[in-house]
Design a protein around this ligand. Structure first.
Ligand code: TRP
Length: 342
């Protein structure tokens, strides 16, 4: 009897995020994002995609883009994103992204897009290719998000401004047409480690630049990873002691953050472990811990990359599920703005 009056379980909250396959995934993308995504599948209904439409705002070599997109999918899976529990898809396979992106271009203001710091940075770096896509990137991103009506959009600090603009665009649209879009909660996860460049600990570890910029790739060879850590910039203080002080010792703090993320040790435990050791001893230990942590991910990614049929079944299935959700929103939007029904 009591079973009959039990309420149905509340639907899971929906989460969505994506990464541009414009460079190979780094230790920073893994520790800051993908690792934490993998831990959320039971709690949330998750959608993750390879943002290939966004990647071409900067000129890409086609063969590399294709390889990186598939490799990114293989790496998502190898990092623990189970395709049975998460919807994994390639952005360009779900045509609704480009369609809603265009509509939202018409509800994004020139002034708003001009103020985006990423646009300013990227146009400074690509002065010979300041294309319209680079400029309207945030309205496409707003479309990516709003199509799925997610509750949460986990992003790094550098994408926060874009998610805030998504709110502005969604509110503007809802203000005209009624409640079409759910306004997602801003969500900068506290748990994700913010990993900085090993050679410039004041800048984020970037996937788009060359190896001299102090980055470690998920697919890097163990020997390369060790070399990167051995030459990591520690601080030019005279102390030569492993102590967490982000302000004055950003290089050491970054290595401690990485070591903590891959071993689960607290900063205090790390300080105790390295009492009396200089940076010269600390750096290779961090390197080894990273190598061991990444080893199974790298091996599994390489195995999956050889299984093209499996990857294909995952992204086809993912696109189908994503498209089903996206189409519902797009249809509503088309109707609201006054397009004749097909
Ligand atoms: N702009 C993000 C990046 O550069 C990728 C991205 C595109 C994204 N669309 C998104 C992230 C929607 C979260 C939600 O990494």
């Amino acid at each position: 009897m009591s079973e009959m009056i039990q309420a149905a379980p509340a639907p899971k909250k929906r989460m969505l995020s994506g990464i541009k396959p414009s460079g190979d995934l780094t230790l920073g993308s893994y520790l800051g994002a993908v690792k934490n995504w993998a831990e959320r599948a039971d709690q949330f209904d998750c959608f993750y995609f390879m943002a290939d439409l966004h990647a071409i705002t900067v000129r890409q070599n086609p063969a590399d883009l294709r390889r990186r997109t598939l490799e990114q999918l293989a790496q998502y899976i190898a990092c623990g994103l189970d395709p049975e529990k998460n919807t994994l898809f390639i952005q360009s396979h779900v045509h609704q992204h480009a369609e809603l992106g265009w509509i939202l271009d018409c509800y994004s203001m020139f002034g708003e897009l001009s103020r985006m710091t990423q646009f300013k940075d990227k146009s400074a770096k690509n002065a010979d290719n300041i294309n319209a896509g680079l400029f309207t990137y945030p309205s496409l991103m707003a479309g990516d998000i709003l199509l799925y009506q997610p509750d949460l959009v986990p992003v790094g600090e550098d994408q926060k401004q874009h998610v805030e603009l998504t709110h502005v665009i969604a509110r503007r649209f809802n203000g005209i047409y009624g409640d079409v879009f759910k306004i997602p909660e801003p969500f900068i996860p506290k748990v994700g480690a913010r990993v900085m460049s090993l050679t410039n600990p004041l800048a984020k570890m970037s996937k788009s630049e060359n190896e001299d910029t102090g980055r470690v790739l998920l697919m890097d060879d163990p020997a390369v990873i060790m070399k990167q850590f051995k030459r990591a910039i520690t601080d030019s203080d005279t102390e030569n002691c492993v102590r967490y002080d982000k302000e004055n010792k950003p290089g050491v703090a970054n290595l401690m953050t990485i070591y903590s993320a891959v071993t689960g040790k607290t900063f205090e435990e790390i300080e105790n472990e390295f009492i009396g050791c200089g940076y010269g001893k600390f750096k290779p230990v961090v390197g080894e811990a990273v190598v061991e942590h990444l080893r199974p991910i790298r091996e599994e990614s390489m195995r999956l990359m050889k299984d093209k049929a499996y990857l294909e079944s995952v992204y086809r299935d993912g696109a189908q599920k994503a498209s089903y959700v996206a189409e519902k929103t797009l249809r509503k939007v088309y109707k609201k703005v006054g397009f004749v029904a097909r």
